[in-house]
Design a protein around this ligand. Structure first.
Ligand code: UD1
Length: 420
């Protein structure tokens, strides 16, 4: 397993380009199963999760070919309808094939994704939505088995106790594109990745409206065409590099991003004392010497994303004063706090709140990555720390950050990957 060695203390300076969003690309790749025609997805991020989704689609019988940074997917008529344990266990987003397979073949079997390092991850809302469309769902031998004679459009309240679900909104929206009649998803997720998926489906001939609001309407169509699409920029990747700049008191620009997707995040960076400016597709950030302490609450979009909670905690670890981070989406998503404490941070967890007593400087240590965003937090902490940080289990990082070492090196960071 590879390790990342970070020699801390270099101020990040310079300009990089954002990659396209993994969290938009994965459901879009799954959605190509809705059509038998070829679809080209442009500029997909070269990360492990995209490769895993390609592997899953191939295992179902789709033709998947990479052409430079593009991927071309063609799903002819006779697909296998089972997403096996071996692949689903590597990536929860595998469950995105459930909606498309059910819509096109009226049958699908997907290994049930379990919880993960960020805590329990229920799928009751996915099931509720598919059942409302007329599917019979059974959980057998670890698989969700879904079957329907016909899928019929319905009004579905999809919001759970923790608010809207990104995954369930995507799955039900995909299933409803080929259903008979009109489906209304009430309590839909507003995330830009959902809007991108809806726009992509419309480009193939689907009839979806209301994406980006809490009610999405899907008029079922008989079939979809092929086409091509470029997914939106990765707002979480952009937020991660900006956090790295703050942790090193640096000054960076990120090009080819979508600043309006980061409104809540840039607002927080301003509160930390950063100078932030936005010019169309570019964000520039100049960090202060030690950020101010603040309170942050994670929330569904347009709130502060749970996927940047770990990274901002790495920043707040050296803020001047006491910060509070409340995690409202995945209430136990705090494994990174323990690793940050190993680097000299002073973080206490009380239920779903992290109380961060800012220290002057972190110190390099041997730490372990536990999930994708927690790993990013350790990289940020290591970049700002004094001395050398050694992060093991970095396969988590490879799942979701394209060319991480290259981009950080371009910004002046000193780091190396050790193959073990
Ligand atoms: C979540 C994030 C998404 C992020 C992704 C990967 C939110 C709202 N979603 O999406 O931005 O990219 O993780 O880290 O921030 N829930 C249920 N029943 C369900 C499904 C979800 O109760 O069937 C709950 C979850 O436990 C959670 C909340 O709803 O508390 C939101 O979950 P959901 O958006 O579905 O999670 P992901 O799709 O994984």
């Amino acid at each position: 397993m590879d390790k990342l060695i970070i020699y801390g203390g270099q101020k990040l300076k310079g300009t990089i380009k954002a990659s396209r969003a993994k969290n938009a690309t994965l459901p879009i790749m799954a959605a190509t199963l809705l059509t038998s025609k070829p679809v080209r997805i442009r500029n997909v991020p070269q990360v492990q999760d995209v490769k895993t989704m390609a592997e899953l689609l191939k295992s179902l019988g789709a033709e998947v070919n990479f052409d430079g940074d593009d991927v071309i997917i063609e799903s002819q008529n006779d697909l296998l309808l089972e997403a096996p344990f071996d692949i689903v266990r590597k990536m929860r987003a595998s469950y995105y094939v459930l909606g498309p397979l059910l819509a096109r073949y009226r049958k699908a079997k997907v290994y049930l994704p379990g919880g993960c390092a960020i805590g329990p991850r229920p799928i009751d809302l996915h099931i509720k939505g598919m059942e409302a469309l007329g599917a019979r769902i059974e959980i057998r031998h670890g698989y969700i088995e879904a079957e329907a004679k016909v899928l019929k459009g319905q009004e579905i309240l999809l919001e759970g106790k923790a608010g809207p679900s990104v995954g369930a909104t995507a799955n039900v929206m995909m299933a409803a594109t080929l259903a008979k009649g009109t489906t209304k998803i009430i309590g839909a997720a507003l995330e830009p990745e959902i809007v991108d998926l809806a726009n992509f489906l419309n480009s193939l001939g689907a009839k979806i409206s209301g994406q980006g609001t809490s009610t999405i309407t899907i008029e079922g169509v008989k079939e979809l065409n092929g086409g091509e699409w470029t997914p939106i920029p990765d707002r979480i990747e952009v937020g991660t590099y900006l956090c790295a700049a703050i942790a090193t008191y640096g000054e960076i620009s990120i090009e080819q991003c979508e600043p309006k997707h980061l409104d809540a995040v840039l607002f927080i960076f301003n509160q930390l004392g950063c100078e932030v400016s936005v010019d169309q597709k570019v964000i520039r950030l100049k960090a202060p010497y030690r950020p101010k302490a603040i309170s942050i609450v994670t929330a569904p979009y347009p709130g502060f994303p749970t996927d940047l909670q770990a990274q901002i905690m790495a920043v707040l670890a050296t803020a001047s004063g006491v910060s509070y981070v409340t995690e409202n989406i995945f209430k136990a998503r705090f494994l990174h706090a323990l690793e940050l404490n190993r680097m000299g941070a002073d973080i206490k967890i009380e239920d779903n709140v992290a109380i961060i007593n800012g220290v002057k400087r972190l110190s390099g240590a041997k730490v372990m990555a536990s999930d994708l965003r927690a790993s990013a937090a350790l990289v940020i902490a290591g970049l700002g720390a004094e001395g050398v940080t050694e992060i093991s289990r970095i396969y988590h990082l490879d799942r979701g950050y394209e060319a991480l070492e290259k981009k950080l090196t371009a910004l002046g960071a000193k780091l190396e990957r050790i193959k073990t």
